[in-house]
Design a protein around this ligand. Sequence first.
Ligand code: NAP
Ligand code: MG
Length: 492
Amino acid sequence: MATLQMHESEIESLVASIPRDLLIDGKWVPALAGRTFETIDPTTETVITWVAEGSAEDIDRAVVAARRALDNPNWSAIAPQERTRLLLRIADLIEANAEKFAILETLDNGMPISTARGFAHGAAACFRYYAGWPTKMHGDTNPSAPNVFNYTRREPIGVCGLIIPWNVPLSAAALKIAPALACGNTVILKPAEQTPLSSLLLGQLILDAGVPPGVVNIVNGFGESAGAALSNHPHIDKIAFTGSTSVGKQILRASSGNLKRVTLELGGKSPNVIFPDANLEAAVAASLNGFCQMAGQMCIASSRIFVHEAIHDAFVEKLTEQARLISIGNPFLPETRMGPLVSHEQLERVAAYFAIGADEGAIVRTGGKRHGQVGYFVEPTIFTDVSNHMRIAKEEIFGPVTSVLTFRDEDDAVFQGNDNDYGLAAAVWTNDIGKAHRVAHRLKAGTVWINTYLMASHMSPFGGYKQSGIGREMGAASLDAYTQIKSVFAQL
Ligand code: NAP
Ligand code: MG
């Protein structure tokens, strides 16, 4: 395993200590068909362990449990303060187990251990943030007519299917489970097949916190079977999905059978616009981090860098210089800044784009190669001489790869930045405060950064314009995603 020698046995016993079955109705149970699948350590390409492989029949069992739990007064009729207490307990347990989460996530996903620690504490903070909401979700009274008392209530949507990707597994699970529970729903989580481990530990802690059986169910398995069964299921009321745009479209189609509520957090190809008056050092550092953190496997990656023609050469020189200094290797070592890609499939996908970029006539300034023989490592890669219509500039690569493009003026930057099917995030770098906000307003993206990159907060809504998604998560926006509003009229 990809660990420091001294910790190896400790880590093996940690993996052995977590549940590997499906969590259904408050119990860990094997898949009905008895199948399991392996999860791989992307650093060493070896098997970490096996977990139960749920399929449609297991989803059926989970739906029965989740429906029953939804109407059970031990969940539906508890006081809001009690939901707060449960969410706070989960947060405390996550924090107490943060190091375990960090190790599991680094093993399974390959992200640097310091990053994984940050996500573990972030997941606790997310549960704490949503713990504040049950006591503060209120309706309105409306002056509908003099002889009528008309008020609104926020009610849970019901049974929610939560489908998440492999790039930030614990964080993705927390960002969906915490608000869903705060709003009184019950859930069935389907983690990504590449990274099941952190969700399993989370499931155990949720049980330990005293959440009633059936409120949180976890069914590991594959997208085409377990995932599709969730989005097709006639007795699931909502799907919250984070993943690729192509699967998002399939989910939307599959959900139409019973008109499920659907929120989608999808891909991105974020424009990062750098004006000549910007702080160049800061822009270079943040842009580099923006496509190399998590080995670029981020929906908000800084994958299209638009640099004003006057500073293009200086910017590229600095960016290239710094990209070459990034330490790639064992993600358990504190000095490692970039670990492997998550899977062999992802390695092949990213390598294919190296070839596509070269064929399209772009120039590789650095990288463009696999790093080492073992593990799914690739070098940070910078393409220049890119046009906005090349595939490397249009499509999400999901690796440590960026394209540097040029622009003439503000209008050109905005036009090119927006000339893409995605609209998840964008950034603008300038010391002109008016221009900064003007450009921020004109870029069609759910998140825009000014003189920074990669910032997010549990308190602030996150989501996509255009084909980057439907709806918003995080902040108070999650209340809209996980409740429905009822209007009650009483004759006076
Ligand atoms: P993916 O292939 O779309 O998979 C996401 C999840 O959907 C996985 O759990 C997958 O299961 C499941 N799935 C696959 N096919 C399905 C189907 N037909 N029906 C139902 N579920 C299905 O995405 P990924 O490769 O894991 O993750 C990378 C993508 O996620 C990127 O496009 C990235 O931009 C996006 N992302 C977006 C955000 C955001 O907030 N906007 C955040 C993170 C990532 P299996 O993996 O088990 O097959
Ligand atoms: Mg794995």
